[in-house]
Design a protein around this ligand. Structure first.
Ligand SMILES: [Zn+2]
Length: 230
Protein backbone atom coordinates (compact mmCIF):
# COMPACT_ATOMS: atom_id res chain seq x y z
CA UNK A 1 0.00 0.00 0.00
CA UNK A 2 1.36 3.38 -1.01
CA UNK A 3 1.15 6.17 1.53
CA UNK A 4 0.97 9.67 -0.03
CA UNK A 5 1.53 12.99 1.74
CA UNK A 6 0.94 16.24 -0.13
CA UNK A 7 3.34 19.14 0.58
CA UNK A 8 2.32 22.54 -0.81
CA UNK A 9 5.58 24.36 -1.61
CA UNK A 10 6.76 27.60 -3.25
CA UNK A 11 3.89 29.73 -4.62
CA UNK A 12 1.52 27.12 -6.01
CA UNK A 13 3.46 23.87 -6.41
CA UNK A 14 2.45 20.52 -4.98
CA UNK A 15 5.17 18.04 -4.07
CA UNK A 16 4.88 14.70 -2.33
CA UNK A 17 6.35 12.37 0.24
CA UNK A 18 5.53 8.75 -0.53
CA UNK A 19 6.14 5.61 1.49
CA UNK A 20 5.77 1.94 0.61
CA UNK A 21 7.01 -0.99 2.71
CA UNK A 22 9.12 1.41 4.75
CA UNK A 23 10.83 2.95 1.72
CA UNK A 24 10.48 6.75 1.70
CA UNK A 25 10.66 8.99 -1.36
CA UNK A 26 9.94 12.56 -2.33
CA UNK A 27 8.52 13.61 -5.68
CA UNK A 28 9.39 16.96 -7.27
CA UNK A 29 11.03 18.81 -4.37
CA UNK A 30 11.21 22.38 -5.67
CA UNK A 31 12.81 23.32 -2.32
CA UNK A 32 14.26 21.22 0.47
CA UNK A 33 13.22 22.72 3.82
CA UNK A 34 9.57 21.59 3.89
CA UNK A 35 10.74 18.03 3.23
CA UNK A 36 13.47 18.10 5.87
CA UNK A 37 10.97 19.45 8.41
CA UNK A 38 8.39 16.82 7.46
CA UNK A 39 10.86 13.91 7.55
CA UNK A 40 12.40 15.10 10.84
CA UNK A 41 8.95 15.36 12.37
CA UNK A 42 8.10 11.80 11.31
CA UNK A 43 11.55 10.47 12.14
CA UNK A 44 11.79 8.98 8.65
CA UNK A 45 14.91 8.56 6.55
CA UNK A 46 14.81 9.46 2.86
CA UNK A 47 15.68 6.76 0.34
CA UNK A 48 14.83 8.33 -3.01
CA UNK A 49 14.37 11.72 -4.69
CA UNK A 50 12.14 11.41 -7.74
CA UNK A 51 11.53 14.01 -10.47
CA UNK A 52 8.91 14.12 -13.21
CA UNK A 53 10.78 16.75 -15.27
CA UNK A 54 13.71 19.16 -15.09
CA UNK A 55 12.07 22.50 -14.17
CA UNK A 56 13.60 24.18 -11.12
CA UNK A 57 10.33 24.42 -9.23
CA UNK A 58 10.34 20.60 -9.25
CA UNK A 59 14.08 19.98 -8.72
CA UNK A 60 15.74 22.83 -6.79
CA UNK A 61 15.54 20.87 -3.52
CA UNK A 62 17.25 17.81 -5.02
CA UNK A 63 20.86 18.49 -4.05
CA UNK A 64 20.18 19.31 -0.39
CA UNK A 65 18.03 16.22 0.04
CA UNK A 66 20.30 13.84 -1.87
CA UNK A 67 23.31 15.01 0.16
CA UNK A 68 21.67 15.14 3.58
CA UNK A 69 20.09 11.68 3.36
CA UNK A 70 22.48 9.98 0.92
CA UNK A 71 19.38 9.19 -1.13
CA UNK A 72 19.14 7.77 -4.65
CA UNK A 73 18.13 10.09 -7.48
CA UNK A 74 15.44 8.78 -9.81
CA UNK A 75 14.53 10.87 -12.88
CA UNK A 76 14.11 10.88 -16.66
CA UNK A 77 17.37 11.25 -18.56
CA UNK A 78 16.55 14.84 -19.53
CA UNK A 79 17.05 15.81 -15.84
CA UNK A 80 20.70 14.72 -15.77
CA UNK A 81 22.70 11.66 -14.77
CA UNK A 82 20.34 10.07 -12.26
CA UNK A 83 21.08 6.87 -10.32
CA UNK A 84 18.05 5.28 -11.96
CA UNK A 85 16.55 6.62 -15.18
CA UNK A 86 12.78 6.64 -15.62
CA UNK A 87 11.84 5.34 -19.05
CA UNK A 88 8.47 4.37 -20.45
CA UNK A 89 8.20 0.59 -20.70
CA UNK A 90 10.50 -0.07 -17.74
CA UNK A 91 8.68 -0.32 -14.40
CA UNK A 92 10.08 1.60 -11.45
CA UNK A 93 9.97 -0.41 -8.23
CA UNK A 94 9.52 1.70 -5.11
CA UNK A 95 9.31 -0.43 -1.92
CA UNK A 96 6.30 -2.66 -2.46
CA UNK A 97 4.87 -0.48 -5.22
CA UNK A 98 5.47 -0.88 -8.93
CA UNK A 99 5.07 2.29 -10.98
CA UNK A 100 4.53 2.30 -14.70
CA UNK A 101 6.28 5.23 -16.37
CA UNK A 102 4.12 7.16 -18.81
CA UNK A 103 6.13 9.46 -21.04
CA UNK A 104 4.54 12.64 -22.36
CA UNK A 105 6.50 15.28 -24.22
CA UNK A 106 5.31 18.87 -24.64
CA UNK A 107 5.62 20.72 -21.33
CA UNK A 108 9.21 19.49 -21.40
CA UNK A 109 10.89 16.84 -23.49
CA UNK A 110 11.13 13.66 -21.48
CA UNK A 111 8.45 14.55 -18.91
CA UNK A 112 7.20 11.42 -17.16
CA UNK A 113 4.15 10.56 -15.08
CA UNK A 114 4.23 7.74 -12.52
CA UNK A 115 1.27 5.36 -12.32
CA UNK A 116 0.60 2.55 -9.87
CA UNK A 117 -2.16 0.28 -11.19
CA UNK A 118 -2.38 -1.60 -7.86
CA UNK A 119 -2.78 1.57 -5.79
CA UNK A 120 -4.72 3.41 -8.51
CA UNK A 121 -2.55 6.47 -8.14
CA UNK A 122 -1.06 8.77 -10.78
CA UNK A 123 1.55 11.47 -10.23
CA UNK A 124 1.03 13.63 -13.29
CA UNK A 125 3.67 16.33 -12.72
CA UNK A 126 3.04 19.31 -14.98
CA UNK A 127 1.40 17.33 -17.78
CA UNK A 128 -2.12 17.03 -16.36
CA UNK A 129 -3.70 19.45 -13.87
CA UNK A 130 -7.21 19.62 -12.48
CA UNK A 131 -9.22 20.97 -15.47
CA UNK A 132 -6.00 21.85 -17.29
CA UNK A 133 -2.67 20.76 -18.68
CA UNK A 134 0.88 22.10 -18.70
CA UNK A 135 2.08 24.85 -20.98
CA UNK A 136 4.04 23.78 -24.03
CA UNK A 137 7.67 24.77 -23.64
CA UNK A 138 9.64 22.07 -25.40
CA UNK A 139 7.55 20.20 -27.93
CA UNK A 140 4.52 20.35 -30.20
CA UNK A 141 0.84 20.29 -29.25
CA UNK A 142 0.57 16.96 -31.10
CA UNK A 143 3.22 15.45 -28.80
CA UNK A 144 1.42 16.75 -25.71
CA UNK A 145 -1.90 15.42 -27.01
CA UNK A 146 -0.38 11.97 -27.50
CA UNK A 147 0.92 11.91 -23.92
CA UNK A 148 -2.41 13.03 -22.49
CA UNK A 149 -4.24 10.35 -24.48
CA UNK A 150 -2.23 7.74 -22.57
CA UNK A 151 -3.36 9.28 -19.28
CA UNK A 152 -6.95 9.38 -20.54
CA UNK A 153 -6.81 5.61 -21.06
CA UNK A 154 -6.32 5.03 -17.30
CA UNK A 155 -9.34 3.91 -15.21
CA UNK A 156 -11.81 6.47 -13.86
CA UNK A 157 -11.07 5.57 -10.23
CA UNK A 158 -7.40 6.57 -10.39
CA UNK A 159 -6.48 9.31 -7.92
CA UNK A 160 -4.45 12.03 -9.66
CA UNK A 161 -1.78 14.04 -7.82
CA UNK A 162 -0.77 17.01 -9.99
CA UNK A 163 1.99 19.61 -9.83
CA UNK A 164 0.32 23.01 -9.45
CA UNK A 165 -2.78 24.60 -7.92
CA UNK A 166 -4.00 26.31 -11.09
CA UNK A 167 -7.54 24.99 -10.79
CA UNK A 168 -9.44 28.27 -10.39
CA UNK A 169 -7.91 29.69 -13.57
CA UNK A 170 -8.36 26.37 -15.37
CA UNK A 171 -12.01 26.16 -14.29
CA UNK A 172 -12.76 29.65 -15.63
CA UNK A 173 -11.15 28.77 -18.93
CA UNK A 174 -13.01 25.44 -19.12
CA UNK A 175 -16.34 27.18 -18.66
CA UNK A 176 -15.33 29.74 -21.27
CA UNK A 177 -14.25 27.28 -23.96
CA UNK A 178 -17.05 24.72 -23.32
CA UNK A 179 -19.95 26.89 -22.09
CA UNK A 180 -22.62 24.24 -22.69
CA UNK A 181 -20.90 21.50 -20.71
CA UNK A 182 -23.00 20.90 -17.58
CA UNK A 183 -20.33 18.78 -15.85
CA UNK A 184 -17.89 21.68 -16.15
CA UNK A 185 -20.45 24.19 -14.90
CA UNK A 186 -21.25 21.98 -11.90
CA UNK A 187 -17.58 21.44 -11.08
CA UNK A 188 -16.86 25.17 -11.33
CA UNK A 189 -19.39 25.83 -8.58
CA UNK A 190 -17.34 23.67 -6.25
CA UNK A 191 -13.74 24.33 -7.21
CA UNK A 192 -14.13 28.11 -7.42
CA UNK A 193 -14.85 28.10 -3.66
CA UNK A 194 -11.74 26.00 -2.83
CA UNK A 195 -8.14 27.11 -2.45
CA UNK A 196 -6.81 23.53 -2.53
CA UNK A 197 -8.22 21.10 -5.07
CA UNK A 198 -5.72 18.25 -4.95
CA UNK A 199 -6.13 15.34 -5.53
CA UNK A 200 -8.54 14.85 -8.38
CA UNK A 201 -9.96 11.69 -9.99
CA UNK A 202 -9.28 10.59 -13.54
CA UNK A 203 -12.99 10.01 -14.24
CA UNK A 204 -13.78 13.59 -13.20
CA UNK A 205 -10.99 14.92 -15.42
CA UNK A 206 -12.22 12.92 -18.42
CA UNK A 207 -15.58 14.70 -18.10
CA UNK A 208 -14.47 18.22 -17.16
CA UNK A 209 -10.93 18.80 -18.44
CA UNK A 210 -11.06 20.38 -21.92
CA UNK A 211 -7.63 18.99 -22.73
CA UNK A 212 -8.88 15.43 -22.18
CA UNK A 213 -12.28 16.14 -23.74
CA UNK A 214 -10.45 17.26 -26.92
CA UNK A 215 -10.52 14.11 -29.04
CA UNK A 216 -8.17 15.17 -31.82
CA UNK A 217 -4.75 16.78 -31.87
CA UNK A 218 -6.30 19.68 -33.85
CA UNK A 219 -8.92 20.32 -31.17
CA UNK A 220 -6.29 20.06 -28.45
CA UNK A 221 -4.08 22.55 -30.29
CA UNK A 222 -6.97 24.99 -30.59
CA UNK A 223 -7.82 24.74 -26.87
CA UNK A 224 -4.18 25.07 -25.79
CA UNK A 225 -3.71 28.20 -27.92
CA UNK A 226 -6.94 29.66 -26.53
CA UNK A 227 -5.80 29.00 -22.94
CA UNK A 228 -2.44 30.65 -23.60
CA UNK A 229 -4.31 33.82 -24.56
CA UNK A 230 -7.06 33.58 -21.93
ZN1 LIG B 1 7.20 22.38 -15.20
Amino acid sequence: MLDVHILPILDDNYAFVIRSNGVVGVIDPGESKPFIDFLDDKGWPLDMVINTHHHGDHTDGNTDLLDKYNAKWIAPKECGTADEVLTEGTPFVFGGTEFQIIHGSGHTKGHVCLYSAADKVLFSGDNLFAMGCGRLFEDTPAAMFEGLQKLKSLPDDVTVYFGHEYTASNAKFSAHILPDNKDIADRCETVLTQSCTIPTMMGVEKKTNPFLIADTAEKFTEYRAAKDNF
